[in-house]
Design a protein around this ligand. Sequence first.
Ligand code: KG4
Ligand code: ZN
Length: 365
Amino acid sequence: MNRMTDRALTVLGIETSCDETAAAVVRRAADGRAEVLSSVVASQAEHTPYGGVVPELAARAHVEIVDGATRQALAQAGVGFDGLDGVAATAGPGLIGGVMVGLSFAKAAALARGLPLVAVNHLEGHAVSARLAAEAPYAFLLLLVSGGHCQLLTVEGPGACTRLGSTIDDAAGEAFDKTAKVLGLGYPGGPALERLAQAGDPDRYPLPRALLGRAGFDFSFSGLKTAAARIAMSEVVTEQDRADLAAAVQAAIARQLSERSERAMAAYAEEHAHRLFVVAGGVAANGTVRRVLEETAARRGFAFLAPPLKYCTDNAAMIALAGAERLALGQVSGLDVAARPRWPLDERRALSDPTHKAGRKGAKA
Ligand code: KG4
Ligand code: ZN
């Protein structure tokens, strides 16, 4: 073990991989426990008129915001650059222009202040996000569900992930966002769709149940998305119709996440005595998804953990913690480390599995 593990580490985290410019300061105690000293998230309003994130606009907004967000995070934490042990930044996967902004900013800060730099995989940030507010000892089974990703992984330690399965087409967040769009709910649609679904009947519209009962741990949401869009255009007229479709889509997504996770729990339990199931990523902010997964975990004898809502969606506290865990192991990056638009957590699996190539959807999703 590296000598750095026996003392507390205070790390600045920077996150710019999509449309949130975020900066945070996290202290990791010698025993591994995390304390969030500050977490600043500036969501960009530039994209609202376009119904989705415009990469070039996002990159420009990150340039304008990242400096102020970092100052704010340091001030709220009551920590100066002198009080830091390292700087961590998302180096991928994500929209490359934005990733380059945050990573370059972190490199400059590390160089100017003589601090170690840690290039963090955004997905590894989500993987540790539950550890920001609760004890989640390694190893655990992780369902990572966000706007760009949907995968089941075993997480044995910092960066030691094995992918069991992932979506073969869209991510769960995309199914939420695209259904929200056809219902005229704006972007990002997940939270708005959840609100609309509260008044809806989830059993009114039958939707396809992809991969139900099929072996393996993969997901598929494109059929559901297409069916929902067809219903939205042909049958949805009243406000009640809209609420019923929202509720049906939400229930169908939760059902598939539950069914696939339950299969993974059965396999995981064969090899692990300590049974902990963690769900992370933006879609983990959904109340129905959380409730259904908690019930599934209980049925299988797994402890259940989901991060507080503010750490489900993109934030820099999770990047700072992932960086601190790497730093504690003495794993730092050179200043020549490159930003990566695609960067699968389990690179070995991504390279060897022909159904999950590092293509547009495969390794990213
Ligand atoms: O983790 P995240 O902030 O960004 C990615 O790394 O993709 O996840 C964003 C996704 C979006 O698709 C958004 O609609 C979805 O998470 N989301 C939700 C909710 N809050 C965010 N989906 C359903 N219900 C929610 N309450
Ligand atoms: Zn994310």
